[in-house]
Design a protein around this ligand. Structure first.
Ligand code: 3PG
Length: 392
């Protein structure tokens, strides 16, 4: 796989796929980490006098209504503010006009094209990796750089299709992700602890299966812990869990019992009473309660494991941290993580978001820009858009 440093980009037009799928509210970017992560590649290209075209998706586009709240224009403004220079913006609906704009682009100038998934309204052209759309993107530039690690598990026209038609390589954001995630994938420093939480279960099971042999401790909370508790026949009331995986987690528990740690006490809420919060031992949860955080005994147990670890991967938050009543577990675990000498890699949308919101943005060895991509990379060891670059 070629890196941007291995390809001649001097004075050429370079199309860079970035991942600017960032939270936006009232036209303002709430978290610019993904934009910051793309700056090294952008600045490198400017130093090499390239003309820079940026492509990204934002959200999922299923209806014309979705287009209204998923324009990349606020992101264009943010990038322009960060760089202190004009960033051009164009909606690629009129393809001929795009050619004219690209033709006028000067060296070091940046153009962002509108959300690639707007093309999905014409028959999922972007998401189904349409060949014509891929060729259109390729026809705009001389070189393609994939700097969108967080989108590299998607086989899109702008991530995979385009690589068939242009000299292609990876940018600095993707290089850094691979370097840091390989610390987890090929872990050398033990004890190695995995912390998994959050609401979703689906994408965590393959990661657990892929890393469980290598890890020394797997500590769980959230939907994934509830699924394990349920498989043990413990009453979890209204708590989130995933029925589909009960047999699989039972087998994992059976084979790796000594490594797996589950909550022993919890903070519960009630689905239909937003003021309710109570402390319970895990076997005391009643049928109308939901487990929304871990309790102090569990925190203590998890803290001891973390304090003795040398490498840690965290995915998903400990509790429902957005609600103050259930944020203690997530805060406490971040706090102890920020104080260890272990290499702590955090990956997956909500855990990174929580680290930012709770003030731990700069406290860890690495915060991955990826969500699903990070988990898939750790589970499978590769991603479809990176594989495409290896073939090309
Ligand atoms: C992400 O935020 O994880 C990536 O941008 C991928 O987004 P998607 O799940 O909408 O493809």
């Amino acid at each position: 796989m070629l890196r941007i440093q291995d390809i001649n980009v001097d004075n050429l037009t370079v199309l860079v796929r970035v991942d600017y799928n960032v939270p936006i509210e009232n036209g303002k970017v709430l978290d610019d980490s993904k934009i910051q992560a793309s700056l090294k590649t952008i600045n490198y290209l400017k130093e090499h006098n390239s003309k820079i075209i940026l492509l990204s998706h934002l959200g999922k586009i299923k209806t014309a209504e979705d287009k209204k709240k998923n324009s990349l224009l606020p992101i264009c403004h943010k990038l322009s503010e960060i760089l202190g220079e004009e960033v051009k913006f164009y909606n690629d609906e009129n393809k001929n006009k795009v050619y004219q704009i690209v033709k006028k682009l000067k060296n070091k100038e940046i153009l962002i094209l509108e959300n690639t998934r707007f093309n999905d309204l014409d028959g999922n052209l972007e998401s189904n990796c349409d060949i014509q759309l891929s060729m259109f993107y390729a026809s705009l530039a001389n070189v393609f750089i994939n700097d969108a690690f967080a989108s590299s598990h998607r086989s899109h026209a702008s991530t995979v299709g385009i690589t068939k038609f242009l000299p292609s390589g990876i940018g600095f954001c993707v290089q850094k992700e691979i370097e840091k995630l390989d610390v987890i994938k090929n872990v050398k420093e033990h004890p190695f602890t995995i912390i998994m939480g959050g609401a979703k279960v689906d994408d965590k099971i393959p990661v657990i299966k892929s890393l469980i042999e290598k890890c020394d401790y797997l500590i769980l909370s959230g939907g994934i812990a509830n699924t394990f508790l349920k498989s043990l026949g413990i009453n979890i009331g209204f708590s989130l869990y995933n029925e589909k995986y009960l047999n699989e987690v039972m087998e994992i528990l059976h084979n790796f019992k000594q490594k797996i740690f589950l909550p022993v006490d919890v903070i519960v809420g009630k689905k239909y009473d937003s003021n309710y919060a109570d402390y319970k031992l895990v076997n005391e949860v009643t049928k109308d309660e939901m487990i929304l955080d871990i309790g102090p005994k569990t925190i203590e147990k998890y803290k001891n494991i973390i304090a003795g670890s040398k490498t840690i991967f965290m995915n998903g938050t400990i509790g429902k941290y957005e609600d103050k009543k259930f944020s203690n577990g997530t805060r406490e675990i971040f706090n102890i993580l920020s104080k260890t000498n272990a290499k702590v890699v955090i990956g997956g949308g909500d855990s990174v978001g929580a680290a930012n919101v709770l003030g731990y943005k700069n406290s860890f060895y690495y915060l991955s820009t990826g969500g699903g991509a990070t988990l898939e990379y750790l589970a499978k060891g590769s991603l479809v858009a990176l594989d495409a670059l290896k073939k090309e």
